[in-house]
Design a protein around this ligand. Sequence first.
Ligand code: SF4
Length: 311
Amino acid sequence: MHQSSQPEEQVSSPSENDDEKDVCEEEAPLSPMQRFRRYGLRVTDLSDQLWCEQRLAWSLARGKEETPEMKQGKARHQELHEEITEVVRVRPDSRADLWMLHFFNAWSALVQLERDGICREIPVFGQVGPFWILGIIDQMVRADEGHLVLSDTKTRKRASMPTMAQKRTTQMQMMVYHHLWTQLAQGVDASAIFTSIGLPLDAEASPAFLEQLQSHHIPTPQPLAMLKLALEAFAHAPALSPEMQISYEWQQDQSLIGVDAFSFNATWFQRKVAEARPFWEGERQPLGVLPNEGWKCRFCDFASECSVRPH
Ligand code: SF4
């Protein structure tokens, strides 16, 4: 354990959205999973799919532009993270380096959680139905009653709460995080994780990368041993509450607009994951929005060329 009274150190890693160079140049008949997500889905893939699968399909094929709102949201997350953690930037050179970094950051966040009762930007990874997913949890807090509560802060351009459909997409993200954390806490075999991420058990981090980490209290130089330490920390963490919270802040002055509190709903979550699968595996064409959700198309960049838009 770190005894320092300084903010816990965490090494800056790429976000969950740019962790792997995973776009394959080959054309159909590969499935969307084979073409675009060989190394696993991103948490936002499932939430974007919930909004509109056809829009997601176009974003995958053409690239997703980062809106000013998204940039500001990222900056706010970074600001919140740095409030409690000294962030050190390093450069991974290989996939083994990158995963070493995720394992170290997860372990380091859990050490901080045990010591301070709070941690932010925690990598979680594992299977969600048929998908392998890596996600970065925004915040975990130990409540007065002793259990853990997962929460997130979202920034809004307008000083109003989002629509139910928008809330649902963020709830989906949070449920993925909840599912992954629970799975890790229940115990996952480290070698199964290495198989899923396509690394041999004896994979080594590069010497140049380890050198960058040397002064940062890294407990072991080996990725597999680092993962095992992280898994032990997950297993010893307090129980996770099914209750979660999303705080919506107004971008302009960071004032709180409101809080969306909800519970993990296993039936709903599993149904959405099952509905998502055939698209990713190329078993059907992408679907548009439901007839009563045509209003979403007014905000869609692809509306003028969309043939599945409801009329
Ligand atoms: S226009 Fe509507 S149905 Fe078509 S991709 Fe956009 S949101 Fe989906």
